[in-house]
Write a protein that binds this ligand. Structure first.
Ligand SMILES: *[C@@H]1O[C@H](CO)[C@@H](O)[C@H](O)[C@H]1NC(C)=O
Ligand SMILES: *[C@@H]1O[C@H](CO)[C@@H](O)[C@H](O)[C@H]1NC(C)=O
Ligand SMILES: *[C@@H]1O[C@H](CO)[C@@H](O)[C@H](O)[C@H]1NC(C)=O
Ligand SMILES: *[C@@H]1O[C@H](CO)[C@@H](O)[C@H](O)[C@H]1NC(C)=O
Ligand SMILES: *[C@@H]1O[C@H](CO)[C@@H](O)[C@H](O)[C@H]1NC(C)=O
Length: 540
C-alpha cells in the first residue's frame, strides 16, 4: 500500500521538480515600502546550479543572482518583478515605493551605523501619538525576528531599546504597529572588525542633503589625516576625520572607504598609524515629498496627492514639539509642518519664524531703547505712558531670552537634520546622543555609557519587568520581557535566564507554532552579551 504510494511519488517527483514554479519573496517583508528602504527579493526554489533571470516590468535585468537587492528604494523601483528559472516564470510580484516617510521614526540613540562586531547600539522609537501596540522587527540574513518593547508608560511617545549583539554584516531594524500598516523607517546596522570605520548618517541620503563622511578610529580621536576613496579611487583627502559633501547627488552614491592616519593618546613614540576601513555603500535616493510652510503659516504639499492633513511643529529648545490635532501656530516662535496622510507623512517643511524674526527683534529692541528715552523724559508728565512702554520693553527682552538659545542648539548629531523630530521637550535622550557619540569614539568611555543605560533599565523594574507585565494583565503574546539586568547577573550559571523565560512562556500557553524559539545571547554561549530576549517569528 505505502510501497505503491512511494512508487507513484517517485514517478511524479521529476515532473513536480521540473514544473515547479519559482516564486518571489521579499525580505524583510514590508507591508508598505517607503523611499530609502532596503529590501531583497528572493527567487525561491532555485536549486544549486540554476541561474535566475529577473524581470522588471517585463524587461530582463542583468542580475543573475537568486536575489535582487533594492536599496535605497525609490519610486523608480515601483513596478512588477518576476524571476525565471529554466523556462518557468514566477507570478508577478508588485512593488510600490511610497514617496513619503513613515508614521514613526527609529533613530540610533547611542552608537553608530557601523559598529564593531559583537557590540550593541541603543535604538529609539518615537511616534507623536503614542506607542501602544507597537513592536519592532529585526532581519538578519533572511530571517526576521520580533522584538517586543517594554512599555512602562502606555502613553509614552518614545522608547529606547537595546539591540542584540551585532554579529552579521547587515542587521535591519524597524518598528511596526499591530497589523503593520503603520511603521517606522529602517535602521541598518553593519559590523566591522577593523580599527578604522567609515561612518555616515544612519539613513540613506536624499539627493540635495548634506552628507558627512567620518573616518573614526576605535580608541583614539587623534586623527591627523583622512583619505576617502570612492570605488577605489581617491575621492577626498582632508585634515581630521570629517569630510562634508554638500548637496549630494544620486551619482555620488557608490562604494566608499577611508584611510586614517592617527595616533593613540597614550602613545609615546612619534610614528603614527595608517589603516583603512571596510567598504561602505553610500546610498543616495531621490528626496521624499516635502511640505512647504509659507510666511503666513500656511502648510501645503504641492507634490502630494490625496487629502492630506497638516501638523505643525514648534521649536522648543533642542526639539520640535508637535502642536495638537488641528492646532495652528498661535504664539510667536519658530515653526515647521508636515503633511500627513494616514500611515505616511512628508518630510518636515522649511522652518519659519512667526510673530518675530531676527530683524524684527533688532528693530523692536531699538524701538524699545528709544521708548526708554521717551519714557524717562515723559515720566514727569505722564505716568500712564511710562508704564505702558515699560510693558513693551519687558516683553521684548523676554523674547530674546527664549529666542537666542534656540539658534545655538539646532544641531542633532547622528540624526538626519529635519527628518526626525525629538518629541520630548526636555530632550534628554537627544542630548545624551550627542554626548555618547563622542564618548563612543573613545573606547574607554564605552563601559560607562552602557553602565548608565543599564541603570535606567534597572530603575524601570529590571527583572521585575516581566512579572510586572503579567500583573498588569498585558497579554503575554503582545509584550515580552526583555532587558533584564538581573538575568544578566546570573551569567555565571549558564542559560538560566533563557530557560526560565522559555518555561514561563510555555506556562502562559503561547502557541508553539507562533513562537518557536526563545533565544538569549547567553543561550548562544556568549556571556556578557545577554540583555534581551528575542522571539523567532516563524512565518517570515
Ligand atoms: C520551493 O520553495 C518552497 C517555499 O520556499 C519550499 O517549501 C519547497 O520545498 C521548495 N521546493 C523545492 C523543490 O526546492
Ligand atoms: C513599471 O510599471 C509600473 C506599473 O505598470 C509603472 O507604474 C512604472 O512606472 C513602471 N516603471 C518603469 C521604470 O518603467
Ligand atoms: C503615530 O502612529 C499613529 C498610529 O498609532 C498614527 O495614526 C499617527 O499618524 C502617527 N504619528 C504621526 C505623526 O504620523
Ligand atoms: C490594519 O488596520 C487598520 C486599522 O487599524 C485597517 O485600516 C487596515 O486595513 C488594516 N490593514 C490590513 C492589511 O489588514
Ligand atoms: C561606483 O560603484 C557603484 C556601485 O558599485 C556604481 O553604481 C557606480 O557606477 C560606480 N561609479 C563609478 C564612477 O565607477
Amino acid at each position: 500500500m505505502t510501497g505503491g504510494r512511494e512508487l507513484l511519488l517517485l514517478a511524479v517527483m521529476p515532473l513536480l521538480v521540473r514544473c515547479q514554479k519559482p516564486s518571489v519573496s521579499m525580505s524583510p517583508r514590508l507591508e508598505s515600502i517607503f523611499t530609502g528602504d532596503l529590501f531583497y527579493l528572493y527567487c525561491n526554489n532555485v536549486s544549486s546550479g540554476d541561474t535566475a533571470t529577473w524581470y522588471f516590468n517585463n524587461t530582463a535585468l542583468e542580475n543573475k543572482n537568486s536575489f535582487l537587492k533594492i536599496a535605497p528604494a525609490a519610486s523608480k523601483n515601483s513596478g512588477t518583478y518576476q524571476c525565471k528559472i529554466k523556462d518557468t516564470k514566477s507570478d508577478d510580484f508588485h512593488v510600490r515605493v511610497l514617496e513619503y516617510v513613515p508614521a514613526a521614526s527609529l533613530t540610533i540613540a547611542t552608537g553608530q551605523p557601523v559598529m564593531r562586531k559583537n557590540s550593541k547600539v541603543l535604538l529609539e522609537i518615537e511616534n507623536e501619538t503614542g506607542l501602544d501596540g507597537w513592536f519592532c522587527k529585526v532581519t538578519r540574513k533572511e530571517q526576521t525576528w520580533k522584538v517586543y518593547l517594554k512599555h512602562g508608560d502606555k502613553s509614552a511617545t518614545s522608547s529606547v531599546f537595546e539591540t542584540s549583539a551585532l554579529r552579521v554584516p547587515e542587521t535591519i531594524y524597524w518598528c511596526v504597529k499591530k497589523n503593520e500598516t503603520y511603521r517606522s523607517n529602517q535602521v541598518i546596522l553593519r559590523t566591522t572588525e577593523k580599527e578604522v570605520t567609515l561612518e555616515m548618517d544612519p539613513f540613506p541620503a536624499a539627493a540635495g542633503d548634506t552628507l558627512t563622511l567620518t573616518c573614526l578610529v576605535w580608541g583614539t580621536n587623534d586623527i591627523s589625516n583622512s583619505v576617502f576613496y570612492k570605488n577605489n579611487s581617491v575621492y577626498a583627502s582632508v585634515k581630521g576625520p570629517n569630510y562634508k559633501i554638500t548637496k549630494i547627488t544620486e551619482s555620488e552614491g557608490g562604494d566608499y572607504k577611508c584611510e586614517a592616519t592617527y595616533r593613540y593618546k597614550a602613545q609615546t613614540i612619534e610614528a603614527s598609524h595608517k589603516y583603512d576601513s571596510d567598504v561602505q555603500e553610500v546610498l543616495v535616493h531621490a528626496s521624499p515629498f516635502t511640505a512647504v510652510l509659507s510666511d503666513s503659516m500656511q502648510c501645503s504639499c504641492p507634490t502630494c496627492s490625496g487629502s492630506m492633513t497638516y501638523s505643525y511643529y514648534k521649536q522648543n529648545a533642542k526639539s520640535w514639539k508637535m502642536l495638537g490635532q488641528d492646532q495652528r501656530p498661535g504664539s510667536s516662535g519658530t515653526y515647521r509642518c508636515r503633511a500627513v496622510l494616514d500611515y505616511m507623512r512628508t518630510l518636515p517643511s522649511n522652518s519659519v519664524n512667526y510673530g518675530t524674526s531676527i530683524t524684527g527683534t533688532v528693530i523692536g529692541f531699538l524701538v524699545a531703547i528709544v521708548g526708554i528715552g521717551i519714557c524717562v523724559f515723559l515720566v514727569i508728565f505722564c505716568w500712564c505712558k511710562q508704564r505702558k512702554t515699560k510693558g513693551d520693553i519687558y516683553e521684548e527682552v523676554q523674547m530674546r531670552q527664549t529666542g537666542d538659545p534656540k539658534y545655538e542648539t539646532l544641531n542633532v548629531a547622528r540624526v538626519k537634520e529635519g527628518e526626525y523630530d525629538t518629541l520630548q521637550p526636555e530632550a534628554e535622550g537627544r542630548k545624551k546622543t550627542g554626548g555618547t557619540y563622542e564618548a563612543l569614539t573613545k573606547q574607554d568611555n564605552k563601559e560607562e555609557v552602557y553602565h548608565t543605560l543599564g541603570e535606567n533599565v534597572a530603575s524601570e523594574g529590571g527583572d521585575g519587568g516581566y512579572e510586572a507585565l503579567k500583573k498588569e494583565g498585558i497579554p503575554k503574546d503582545e509584550y515580552e520581557t526583555l532587558n533584564t539586568k538581573s538575568v544578566e547577573k546570573k551569567t555565571g550559571t549558564g542559560s538560566e535566564g533563557g530557560d526560565g523565560g522559555y518555561e514561563a512562556l510555555k506556562k502562559e500557553g503561547i502557541p508553539k507554532d507562533e513562537y518557536e524559539t526563545l533565544k538569549t545571547k547567553q543561550a548562544e554561549g556568549r556571556p556578557g552579551a545577554l540583555s534581551q530576549l528575542e522571539i523567532v517569528e516563524e512565518n517570515k
